[in-house]
Ligand binder design. Sequence first.
Ligand SMILES: [Zn+2]
Ligand SMILES: [Zn+2]
Length: 329
Amino acid sequence: MTISVRPVEHRPDYDGESPFPEAGEHTPVGGSQAGLTAAIVVLPFVALGAAIFLAWGRGITLTDLIIAAVLYIVTGLGVTVGFHRLLTHGSFTTRPWVRVALGVAGSMSFQGNLIDWVAVHRRHHAFTDRPGDPHSPYRYGTSLRGQLQGLAHSHLGWLFINDQTPAERYAPDLLADPAMVRVGRAFPLLCALSLALPFGLGWAISGTLYGGLTAFLWAGLIRIALLQHVTWSVNSLCHVVGSRPYRTRRHDRSTNVWPLALLSFGESWHNGHHSEPTCARHGVERGQIDPSAGLIRLLERLGWAADVRWPDQARLRHRRVDVPPRAGD
Ligand SMILES: [Zn+2]
Ligand SMILES: [Zn+2]
């Protein structure tokens, strides 16, 4: 399956350095949506303060940390393997129940319903670091001030700007899939489950309400905040700092940022990804840790994943900036 989104808003006049034409357009989102977004962003940090206060002198329990780690891994891989590599880029095909399971796991990360997530991300690839990109750090130009403003915008600020990405245009395949539409509709319920689960587990394992509350804070809110910032860092840092060993399209400044590789499950090999977006492995070189590719390999071995687009080494070699391109590349 090949999914490609053809940019229709050509901006041949963009020089790669100026602020985007829409940089001055700040149509704010509606009051209730802004409140909800602010709450989702701010509350986990309020919770972090509360959690440290609660933990002071008593510590947090091993149970809290184990539940947090398990949920971080499950929801994180739901985003990277499910939302991103499977549903956005079609890097492999899988059984319907695996699609649903990955969609459910990703939805529990509080990153929006899966259809909107996919639509925004396909638009990011269609207009990478050019006018039309929903979260480019180059939106405000390449001056120091513009770059700092752009980093804030690409990390978080873009969530507060009313800039709708129509799913009808960017994710018609998912809108035509009843199972995916159902998972998308269940998003609020899955968010509730993502918080109720650690609370219930913490309560059941410790046998005390206090144990439920500490698990809710560490394995619920703080775990969500950590994954959100790691994902947002791929949008912000992984287009600004790091290495660019592979050729990408004009203006695309995606980078590889190795320190984030493990926490982002391999997604911070972002230059490799932008160079070959449909490839199932983003960390394409020896030593580049990519746990998401590891899960796809496991699914393939179990017979649950097929048509996996593994890296083509000959093709990759010619995508390197230090190797001359082949004719036709
Ligand atoms: Zn990117
Ligand atoms: Zn992508």
